[in-house]
Unconditional design. Sequence first.
Length: 511
Amino acid sequence: MTQTLTLDIGPMAHGGHCVARHEGRVVFVRHAIPGETVRARVTEGGPGAKYWRADVVEVINASDYRRRHIWKLADSLRAHENDRLPVGGAEFGHITDQHQRRLKGQVFRDTMHRIGGFSIHDQRLPLASGDGEVHVQDVLSDGPYHGLHWRTRASFAVSAEGVLSMKPHRSNELIELRGMPLAVSSIHESGIFGYCFKGADRVDAVAAGAGPQVTLVVHARTGLGEAEREELIERLLVLNRREPDIANIVLGTSQPEPAPSRSRSAGRRGRGERPGPGARTQNGTAAPRPERISYAVVAGSRTITEALPLPAGPEAGPDAGPDAGPALPTLSRVEIQPEDFWQIHRNAPSCLVTAVDAMAQVPRGASVADLYAGAGLFTAWAAQLAGPEGSVLSVEGAPGSSASAAQLFSGSPQVEVLQAPVEAVLGKLAQRELIVLDPPRTGAGERVIAGIDASGAREVVYVSCEPSSFARDAKSLMARGWELADLEVFDLYPNTHHMESVALFRAPHRR
């Protein structure tokens, strides 16, 4: 019989759970709020385990910041009443919006101290408040969203019956969906929920620019027979005719990746790709060999268009002064493939470009490097400010995103686009005045940080979606004499424990 514990809930920890103790053993409790007393059902852990995991099933003394969960299927209380687990992806949905951000700020601060070895309070940061705390900023202030309808991209598993589904946290169980309230309305209210995708393993839904049109990337099940494949394609065509706003449908088919030769570089990948053949995990063990995916258009287009926010500074153009130099092409949008990496929050591109623009100075003629550049969000910002006299290096490992960037900047001779792992091009960072990096959740790592330090750059802007890896890399930079000069944290993942940070580092000895 599953054990149920009565627990006094302690602080929020990174990862979306609170810390509690039962008879001296640590219990990581999801769906709780610090200060509550709850009954929690143990989901992982036995008598010999160092710690247990548990889900709240009853609240005895509720926090003033508890609210009715914004998504029924993700609500632990209602889920356990129906003898099932809650779906993952909205683990903070029971907490009021403002208190979510308060807890995230505390987690960010504690992570910097625990992993980075430095105190936010001791840094000379231009924080907006006078209390010395990091305040996570709301980026959905343009409407009463309450943390809903912000995702422009969502990925769903497919049940045996062919229905879009999601998994509970740390479980392979599939729970069928009738909507996804964190997704923008064009996805949440579309006809994909309840539709039969039998023959598919996964369906990715994309609403470019949070617009009304939806693009589907449907991943066929491995080993799917030709007759089943044709049936799946026919159902997708029916869906396209029935739902005009599902404008594009792309079918992905997996094939085993061929074994690499000894001379082939391992890790030639970008943020949107799985580990490449021969790649190794952080502990040195061999990573699982990935599959090569081929894509075919079933309906509509193979590409989508995303807006590129322009920098706040003046642009060169026909009305610019005589010393402004030749006019620049307006880099206002980029065509990408729907499976390529792009920020998932509807307001993230403008929010992050605005933050980077406020922190970093890019005069005309500047030399900038954009690492883990994707399709060129920050490259476009830097190119517009540096102008034709400047130089911008854009480095991305994912072939699709890099190809999109190469097409975008084909008319910008000051931009050099390289499709390569960042580790392979560290020598090209020499004499760059500013380095911008937006690495994947695993962070940049010691080798990249060492290369950045050796480059002679005066400033580094580090954009991060993972506090723990950012703390490790920040520790490495600061140990080399870099100064943390500015920091902002944004709530780009409402109703989840995730957050995004933008930090400015300066090398005082090089100023």
